[in-house]
Design a protein around this ligand. Structure first.
Ligand code: CTP
Length: 216
């Protein structure tokens, strides 16, 4: 049904390195994005999954590009494009240490912890939306612990994407890193709530909406 459509899925966390062995990361398992990629493959799409470090079996997911950092993910997205459809499900680290230390950062005898200076990472989703070859349909996620709908709505506007999948990621929900999810697909003029269910089932419902949109 999505035959010959080139589709990008970003998924998983990124790691932003302080030195060779330490990084800033997040709880994303990559499962929701991987399930979306699997479902799109079953719909005959030409899928490229660009995914951060995860503990998932990726061999059945077609074209997979594994990355670690936000900078690597951004580069991989630009290299692999252009795409007809993009689904940005990755939990991209917003900041990286300004400089990665060349050798392991050591404790000092004075017990003073190092001060981390951070710089902002490229916004992969936003850049896709303003690119010359903008995909026809761009879907972002909004990972929120509070004010879910209001924050998702402002992301829809600020990022310039077509839909935002609003995702409650508070620790209590156990959605990020967990087996199940519950989301609201936010469009400019519509909100569609997908009740709590497996990430596979959520992926199927999102992909069904994508097929409906593309064939409309
Ligand atoms: N995203 C991205 N590149 C970034 C940051 C986010 O592509 N550097 C994408 C995510 O993949 C997601 C959307 O932007 O589709 C929203 O990500 P989220 O983490 O919810 O929000 P942020 O843009 O990081 O904003 P904030 O942290 O302020 O909520």
């Amino acid at each position: 049904m999505l035959k010959s459509k080139k589709v990008l899925v970003t998924a998983g966390p990124t790691r932003e390195y302080l030195d060779d062995i330490r990084f800033i990361g997040n709880k994303s398992s990559g499962r929701q994005g991987a399930e979306i990629a699997r479902c799109l493959l079953e719909l005959d799409a030409d899928v490229t999954l660009i995914i951060g470090p995860v503990n998932l079996e990726l061999s059945s997911l077609g074209k997979v590009i594994q990355v670690e950092t936000a900078i690597e993910m951004d580069y991989a997205v630009n290299e692999a494009g252009p795409f007809d459809i993009a689904i940005c499900a990755a939990a991209v680290g917003d900041w990286r240490p300004k400089e990665k230390a060349k050798t392991k950062i050591k404790k000092t005898s004075k017990g003073k912890p190092p001060v981390l200076e951070l710089v902002e990472n490229p916004d992969i989703l936003k850049n896709l939306c303003i690119s010359e070859n903008r995909p026809k349909l761009v879907i972002g996620f909004a990972a929120e612990t509070d004010n879910l709908l209001a924050n998702a709505r402002s992301k829809l506007k600020n990022k310039g994407c077509d839909w935002i999948v609003a995702n409650n990621v508070s620790a209590m929900s156990q959605n990020m890193g967990g087996e199940e999810n519950e989301v609201i697909i936010v469009k400019r003029d519509q909100e569609i709530k997908l009740e709590r269910q497996s990430k596979e089932a959520i992926a199927k419902l999102i992909c069904k909406k994508i097929v409906d949109e593309i064939s409309a």
